[in-house]
Design a protein. Sequence first.
Length: 664
Amino acid sequence: MAKVFIGLLGGFRARQTGGDDIAFTTRKSRLLLAFLAMPAGEPHSRERLSALLWGDRGEEQARGSLRNALTSLRRAVGADAIRVDKDMIFLDPRLVEVDVARLESLLRQGAEASLAEARQRYRGRLLEGFSDGEGEFDDWLRTERARIDDLVVRGFYKLLDHYVAIGAHGDAVATARAILSIDPLQEAVYRQLMRLHADYDERPQALRVFDELTRVLASELAVEPDAESRALAEVIRENRPTASAAPPPETAIEPPAAAKPADAPSDASARPSIAVLSFETLGSADQDYFADGIVEEITAALSRVRTFFVNARSSAMSFRNSGLPAAAVADKLGVRYLLTGTVRRSRERVRLGAQLIEASTGRHLWSDQFEGNIGDVFDLQDRITEEVVGILQPTILAAEIARARRKRPENLRAYDLVLRAFPHCWALKEDDNARALDLLREAIRLDPGYALAYALISWCHAQSITYNWTGDIQPAKERALARAREAFELDNGDPLVLSMLGTAESLAADHAMARIHIDRALSLDRNSAWAWLRSGWINTYVGRFERAIEDFERSWRLSPYDPLNFNLCFGMGLAHFGLEKYEKALRFIEQGLLENPTAIWARRPLAAFHAVHGHKEEAARAVAAILERHPHLTAGKIIESLPHRDPGLVRRYYDALVLAGFEP
């Protein structure tokens, strides 16, 4: 039987070994074959394959599309190559040859001859030019592409070192260029290219490499080359001898973790880490006491937030007036983030400026100024501390999520999977909710004792009830509460875990337990914007509307740029509806939808509030948008899914939904 060659590097191609290219009738057929080839021989269920490529269709339609694609594939590549065992489908590895499999084998061997062959075989990134959207196949492709990229870059770094050491100029340049084609932000590789060109008296080419580096960093990171790169460019411009083209002094790719297994639980060092450096006193040095007091308070407050690892104050103090750049200080302290600041006193007023810096890139993630009277020094310290800590928590979490997205997938552990799940939890959309559950379940597989992952799973199940993503309300409620209890048993002292528990319990209408857990979270961390947000929702559900508005406003003050603030707007809208302040209620719902127009469920209160105002056309449009997604939804089903327990609010909301156009 003839073998089939499947090429996935640099695009997609398939041919019978020694024969012509294979023609495919549809793009989905090519994608299905590509997935089955990674790796060949691994079985996949029909359900998995249907969801992967046809997840936007109904279940029956998706399975029918899969059947058609399989029939087409078996005609194209041969019936023997695609095997079906009960409900599992896989490629027969004896009958297919896949370029990615050969490349991985060469790279993992690690010998210089193998790496050289790998570079010759490398044709480009995995399925280059194919979709990079938001579907399940695209999520898989991003993960696999990043895994292969990481493996290639590591192998090519080793090969580059070898070529530099033996003086193979042309091969070294080609290998460096191959690395940059995968990851154009490897500044050490640009420096190596500059040295290679300069040492072969190709100084104009070397300076063009520096110009290329400058453009890439400005475009991608809004930063300029580091001091070492700038100094090397200056040496080349002045036609002075460069240092010998030794291997790059550093690489941006960390070596693989040594002895720790891939499924080991995340340890404390995996958490985001921060040091609060001494604030600089501008003007009179006799204000150092005030600046030091602020730093002490902020450090102590951050230490109570278990999401962070906070460097000891005594260690951070040792770098006062050191003159070292932020990256060097962070490296010595072993932290990812630095909080720096200045204090200036003018008569009876004091002004404090604070900045949060991501040490590895030098990026300023957040900055702000605070002012007050020096006579109220302790109150001012408390206020500044509360605001800084409240803002830092979501800011650092957002930076950690971005960092997890940049990390190579084979290095991801449970902590990073949870970070990847967060934006999907925040999206409040059915597809994102399913994606979050997949990531969180994998996190628990890697670390069965990870309380936050259980809490977020609980939140996901609870969301499926409130936002009408499931018709089986009672089983979803039971799953939400069961995961919440498991999380609490694992860790009842983490404010973030407790906040997530309170969220899930309140959405599942267990408001008594939700109140206990949210109050405990706030007793541990009074500056948690999320805990105040959930407290506002609980008060809305049980009819304490004025208290709810106070909680929402406090959450907003603590975290004015929080990604969940659209949800806060919806809470404010419902609380004002409860107070029969209909104009304000409508304004808040509209503001929330401006921030997150994809929140289909929020069009339920939008329709109701427009109806109360007599805006018939606007109400009808909102109802139509909801019924397009949920055609069988009625006012009764909406009310059944809601956790609200205030009789007056529930009755008026039901009447408004019917008035808007929902069937009773």
